[in-house]
Design a protein around this ligand. Sequence first.
Ligand code: PHE
Length: 360
Amino acid sequence: MTILDQLAEIERDITASVSAAPAEADLEAIRIAELGKKGRISLLMRELGTMPPEERLRAGPVLNGLKDRVATAISARRQALEVETMNRRLENEREDLTLAHRQEFQGALHPVMQVFEEIAAIFADMGFSVAEGPDIEDDFHNFTALNFPVGHPAREMHDTFFLRPAADGSRKVLRTHTSPVQIRTMMSAPPPIRIIAPGRVYRKDWDATHTPMFHQVEGLVIDKTAHMGHLKQCLTDFCARFFEVERAETRLRPHFFPFTEPSAEMDVRCDRSGGEIRVGVGSDWLEILGCGMVHPNVLRQCGLDPEEVQGFAFGMGVDRLAMLKYGMPDLRPYFEADVDWIRHYGFRPWLIPTVTGGLS
Ligand code: PHE
């Protein structure tokens, strides 16, 4: 066999193993075995020197060509393997982030959370921001600063859950309303103030329309001129938007809260004759929230001067609003974690309510 035949056979041999190399590591092994310092081709190159001149003249260029072609074949195969590896990763490491297409996905947004979002969207559009406070409150924020005198029966009216007394005899409470967030807000930043405060509240109650934990949204507006007219229009607009009707009609009924003066409950006109409630028409009235002008004593407790600033506050029961809007007759299933119930009444969680894009 001539040297040329030998080289041709070597080339066939290498080309076959390069194109069959299953992984980059195998390819690297071939490269070292052929082109490495002690590789087969390198050794042949070195042998050129020992060949008779005539043979060297023929074999030299062939050997150089072989060396180049092998190097090119290896790098071509390396690139092909990289592409294969990437394609395999793209196939196997695929993650469906849309969830909508995942059959096993069954989560739904609880109606209370949906209504929280809707209320926040409406008030955000009116320029309110969201404030928060703790569920475990002290007596000062939940009662005293809100003008509940110590020992006053108004404290009993909330059927409070008290925590065990601390060493000094003071007892924290599970907040009975979101109104303590009014206090925290007024004590932390100067007016003008325009906030809503969504949250959980707690009272000793348990029947079809009362649960020991429920949800409220508080509202507070403090500036130099805010008055009952602003309060009424702001909340009337809210009702129309919340119940998704062209216009709503409301009335204020005198009421009592220690922390507002005057105080009122707001009713919205509705029609209940057809089994379901229609807002904006009819001859019935539906009570939907408590409200009033912030009491001067409350402003003083927060270090504000009632001669300088004034404002209004309101508080609404979110669970009740959800019942009214979405026709749920009983409050208790809200907190029973019943999969069938949530499937029936739940909302698709990726549809965020907006005033312009639609609430529900
Ligand atoms: N905190 C009152 C309640 O829970 C509601 C309310 C809030 C009334 C703000 C007036 C002003 O019943």
